[in-house]
Ligand binder design. Structure first.
Ligand code: CP
Length: 316
C-alpha cells in the first residue's frame, strides 16, 4: 500500500521497515558522496509547535542533502497564525499549497492525525502531544537496533524512565511488537508506568513483557537498554531516590558486553557522561541515524506521492 502520511509507527509492516532500512543504507552512501540534487524540485515545510533540536535539524538537513528546500517556523505556537486563533486544519491547508511534505510537531495528542485527515500533501508526525507518538524516532531507533544488534527477532529490550507519556517508547513498543520472540521490560515508578493501551496491544500480539520498579535482575540480561528522562515534578514523592533508574559506570559493569544503551535525547542526569566513552553507548550513533532514516523516508514519500493532489474540501 502507498505510504501517504506517517502518523503512527504501527502503520509500517515488516517488509516496509526492511525497505526503509535498505534505503537508509543508500542514504549513508549519498551523504558520504556529499549529497544529491535528485529532489531539487521538492519543498518541505517544518512546522514545529514545540521545541526540537534533533528532529527538526535532522529533517532539515535530510532535505538539504537530498537537494530540496525547506520552509520553517520554529515555535509555530507563537509565530504562526495560531496566535490569532487559526485552526490547525486551516494552517495545514494553506502551507500545503506551498510545499510537497509537511513535518509537524504539534502540542496536542492527535494533532498529526487531524492534519493528515485534510492535507493534500504527506504529513509526517514529528511528535504529537505529551503521550502521543513519535514514529520517525521509532523508525530510527529500530534501525539503530537492527544495525547494532544485527537482529530484531528474539531481542530483549528494557525501557526505563517516565513511560506513560514517553511517545518514543510508545512508538517503539508498537514497532518491536511486529517481531518474533521479543521480550520487553518496562521499568518505572508505578505512577509513570507504561499505559494500558500499549500493554493491551502487546497482549493481542502475543508479546512477552514485564513491569518493574527497578533495573535489578533485568539490566544484566537485556540486549538493549532504552533510557528516558524522569521529571521529578511528576512524581507523587518528589524526594524519591531515582539513582536506581540512572545509568553510570557501575551499571555498565552489570550489562552484557554486547548490549547497547539508547536514549532519544535530550538527556539530563539519567545517563552519566562517563558512560559516553563505552562502546555500548549508542545514543549519539542513534541520533546520527536520524538523518539517514529521515532522508530515506522522505524519498519514499516523494516517490509514492508524485501526483499533485489539490485540496478538495474538509472530510465530513
Ligand atoms: N528525540 C527527539 O525528538 O529530540 P528533539 O526533541 O530534540 O527533536
Amino acid at each position: 500500500m502507498k505510504l501517504r502520511h506517517v502518523v503512527e509507527s504501527q502503520q509500517f509492516t515488516v517488509p516496509r521497515l526492511m525497505e526503509l532500512f535498505s534505503r537508509t543504507e543508500e542514504m549513508k552512501k549519498i551523504v558520504a558522496r556529499g549529497g544529491t540534487r535528485d529532489y531539487e524540485n521538492k519543498i518541505m515545510a517544518s512546522l514545529f509547535y514545540k521545541p526540537s533540536t534533533r528532529t527538526r535539524f535532522s529533517f532539515e538537513s535530510a532535505m538539504f542533502r537530498l537537494g530540496g528546500k525547506n520552509l520553517a517556523t520554529e515555535q509555530a505556537y507563537e509565530f504562526s497564525s495560531e496566535i490569532r486563533g487559526e485552526r490547525l486544519e486551516d494552517t495545514i491547508r494553506i502551507i500545503a499549497d506551498y510545499c510537497d511534505v509537511i513535518v509537524l510537531r504539534h502540542h496536542e495528542e492527535g494533532g498529526a492525525k487531524r492534519a493528515a485527515s485534510i492535507s493534500p500533501v504527506p504529513i509526517i508526525n514529528a511528535g504529537d502531544g505529551a503521550g502521543g507518538q513519535h514514529p520517525t524516532q521509532a523508525l530510527l531507533d529500530l534501525y539503530t537496533i537492527y544495525n547494532e544488534c544485527h537482529a530484531l527477532d528474539g531481542l530483549s529490550v528494557a525501557f526505563i524512565g517516565a513511560l506513560d507519556k514517553g511517545r518514543t517508547v510508545r512508538s517503539l513498543a508498537y514497532l518491536l511488537s511486529k517481531f518474533e520472540r521479543v521480550k520487553l521490560y518496562f521499568i518505572s515508578p508505578d505512577e509513570l508506568q507504561i499505559k494500558t493501551d500499549i500493554l493491551e496491544h502487546l497482549d493481542e500480539n502475543g508479546v512477552s513483557y514485564n513491569l518493574a520498579n527497578s533495573t535489578d535482575g533485568i539490566i544484566n540480561k537485556v540486549d538493549v537498554v532504552y533510557q528516558t528522562r524522569i521529571d521529578r515534578e511528576r512524581l507523587k514523592d518528589r524526594n524519591l531516590d531515582l539513582t536506581n533508574y540512572n545509568i553510570d559506570s557501575s551499571v555498565l559493569q552489570k550489562m552484557k558486553y554486547n548490549s547497547i544503551i539508547m536514549h532519544p535525547l535530550p538527556r539530563s542526569v539519567e545517563i552519566d557522561t562517563d558512560v559516553d566513552h563505552d562502546r555500548r553507548a549508542a545514543y549519539f550513533r542513534q541520533s546520527r541515524n536520524g538523518l539517514y532514516v529521515r532522508m530515506a523516508l522522505l524519498t519514499m514519500l516523494f516517490e509514492e506521492n508524485d501526483e499533485p493532489t489539490l485540496f478538495d474540501g474538509y472530510k465530513k
